[in-house]
Ligand binder design. Structure first.
Ligand code: KG4
Ligand code: ZN
Length: 324
């Protein structure tokens, strides 16, 4: 069995995955959404302190598995440096105490493998990763062959939902709140501009749209919020659709996947389904419970890495906030 730990942002999670069957034997996550909600976003120092409380609590529950552990896996990058270190320190301690190898997992690769929990992986894939930290399109041929073909130049898709919700004083995380609010709104009422629509670049940008929402809010009342939310969600989604359309002109997708916390967004899912139709492409989605950060996806990557003996010596494992 492999024990896996995730603490890259505001979710403390631990999973136990069986090596031979890929079965998830245990998975628990303690989210800090409530604690960060009053601040309208994640406060790194608070997040680190909460991980230091939550991770040992979950670890206690997996003690019965300790004797059967063959490796310990942990998210090592990208993420918040002060929160990553909480998971990494725990993983190192377990590695030393149980004398088992350490597996350092990239969080973004984890999101890709969230598609394959308790399943065989299928490649090649074109992947759209939409989370709080990233908006990326990747060509994924295997665990080792991942090429990023587009990314955000500033804010990410999920982050823009968080910031819009913060501007409306609606709490954190903004994604589910704005999505819910947008359901009753008029998507056409606010004529926000699709970012980078005149640019030939296959890239994303959300800071301009966020500012357009800020300006709209200045002269809006609370009755207008649902229309602003709906118009914002529409343009934020159309931006992705437009760039993917352009990309598909040269690289038609056969199998397309949407992963990351914001892949739970139903409007985005529906619009991408429409986009894929003329390409006859298959769409892969993670189960809702595995869209946002979790340790099951880290454990799933670790299975592949364990098989290939991709272990990291303790002294080589440091955390880095840099994305890769
Ligand atoms: O993957 P994730 O849990 O953490 C990161 O790796 O960043 O993603 C969290 C992000 C947050 O920004 C959250 O607002 C966004 O995903 N999100 C959504 C939805 N659910 C979560 N964004 C849009 N629509 C949603 N339904
Ligand atoms: Zn994530």
């Amino acid at each position: 069995m492999i024990l896996s730990i995730e603490s890259s942002c505001d979710d403390s999670a631990i999973a136990i995955t069986e090596i031979e069957t890929k079965k998830l034997l245990f998975h628990k996550k303690i989210s800090q959404e409530l604690e960060h909600s009053i601040y309208g976003g994640v406060v790194p120092e608070l997040a680190a302190r909460l991980h230091a409380e939550a991770l040992p609590k979950i670890l206690e529950q997996v003690e019965p598995y300790f004797e059967q552990l063959k490796a310990v896996a942990v998210t090592s990058t990208p993420g918040l440096a002060v929160t990553l270190v909480e998971g990494v320190t725990m993983a190192k301690a377990i590695s030393i105490a149980l004398n088992i190898p350490l597996i350092a997992v990239n969080h973004l690769v984890g999101h890709i493998y969230s598609l394959f929990i308790e399943k065989e992986a299928e490649f090649p894939l074109t992947v759209l990763l939409v989370s709080g930290g990233h908006t990326q399109v990747m060509q994924v041929k295997s665990l080792h062959n991942i090429e990023t073909v587009a990314k955000s130049m500033d804010d990410s898709f999920g982050e823009s939902f968080d910031k819009v919700a913060k501007m409306m004083n609606l709490g954190y995380p903004g994604g589910p709140i704005i999505e819910q609010m947008a359901k009753d709104g008029d998507r056409t009422r606010y004529n926000f501009t699709i970012p980078l629509s005149q640019s030939p670049l296959i890239a994303f940008s959300y800071s301009g749209l966020k500012n357009a929402v800020r300006v709209a809010l200045e002269s809006a009342g609370e009755d207008d919020y649902k229309d602003i939310a709906a118009s914002f969600e529409h343009i934020a989604t159309m931006h992705i659709v437009q760039k993917l359309k352009k990309y598909f002109k040269t690289t038609s997708p056969k199998t397309f996947a949407i992963v990351g916390g914001a892949s739970a967004n139903l409007y985005l899912r529906d619009e991408i389904k429409k986009l894929l139709k003329p390409h006859n492409a298959k769409l892969l989605l993670s189960e809702f419970k595995y869209c946002s950060d979790n340790a099951a996806m880290i454990g799933r990557v670790a299975l592949e890495m364990y098989e290939k003996k991709m272990f990291t010596p303790l002294e080589k494992l440091s955390t880095s906030a840099k994305s890769s």
